[in-house]
Ligand binder design. Structure first.
Ligand SMILES: C[S@@+](CC[C@H](N)C(=O)[O-])C[C@H]1O[C@@H](n2cnc3c(N)ncnc32)[C@H](O)[C@@H]1O
Length: 212
């Protein structure tokens, strides 16, 4: 297989057409084999059909979910989805407006299960039906530091919006609210960054490497 390069410095961004004969593997996509694969995926997924990648990820997804409120088309949602893909969350839940800015997701949403909920009541009913505690992640009066709190194996991590943070309705839906301690002058970090830290913390405690 030949490595492909971008045009601004020769950095490898994928692979070119696969040399003949092609491997006999139903996971492989004939179009990608013929034209090359320049997607933002791990090398082990090169030339794989999208459905084959999703099914491989599905077999080992972590049991935590991620949710974010979407009332103002927050630019952070794409980063949350990308982080959910990187840390292998079971599913991402968009609460509020259906449309969200996909730019920051860098196409990772193609490999991630994303579910929409009209409002907090619908989201809370789903979480309750799935027996998943809702863990609000925000720096609020009364919130506890993430590092010191119990983080259930099965849970939903709920994030708020850039301006208002977790809405009143979202706070009411939470079983507990945890914060990431800060030390500077800013009131908050952005939801994309906060989601990466919280998901990393879940994986650090419960991921495969954490197993005894
Ligand atoms: C920019 S913040 C919201 C604004 C913030 N409530 C304020 O008082 O300015 C957007 C979201 O990022 C997450 N977030 C930001 N900083 C955080 C922190 N230190 N700990 C936990 N979550 C945080 C929360 O989910 C929050 O709702």
């Amino acid at each position: 297989m030949t490595a492909a390069h971008d045009d601004d410095g020769g950095r490898e961004v994928g692979v070119g057409p696969h040399p003949l004969p092609w491997p006999d593997d139903p996971r492989l996509d004939p179009d990608l084999l013929a034209e090359g694969d320049r997607r933002n995926v791990l090398d082990r997924y090169r030339y794989w059909r999208r459905e084959a990648v999703v099914s491989d990820l599905d077999a080992r997804r972590h049991p935590f979910h991620v949710a974010i409120e979407n009332w103002q088309h927050d630019m952070n949602i794409g980063a949350v989805v990308r982080n959910a893909n990187a840390f292998l969350a079971a599913e991402v839940h968009i609460v509020g407006r259906r449309r969200w800015n996909r730019r920051g997701a860098m196409v990772t949403d193609r490999y991630q299960h994303v579910r929409h909920h009209e409002d907090l009541a619908t989201f809370a009913a789903w979480a309750s039906g799935a027996e998943l505690p809702v863990i609000g992640i925000d720096l609020l009066p009364g919130s506890r530091p993430l590092y010191a709190a119990e983080l259930p194996v099965r849970c939903v991590l709920l994030f708020g919006q850039e301006g208002p943070g977790l809405s009143e309705a979202a706070q009411s839906a939470c079983d507990q609210v945890l914060h990431i301690p800060q030390f500077g002058s800013t009131r908050s970090i952005n939801a994309g960054v906060a989601s990466g830290i919280a998901m990393y913390e879940w994986v650090r405690r419960h991921g495969p490497e954490a197993a005894p």
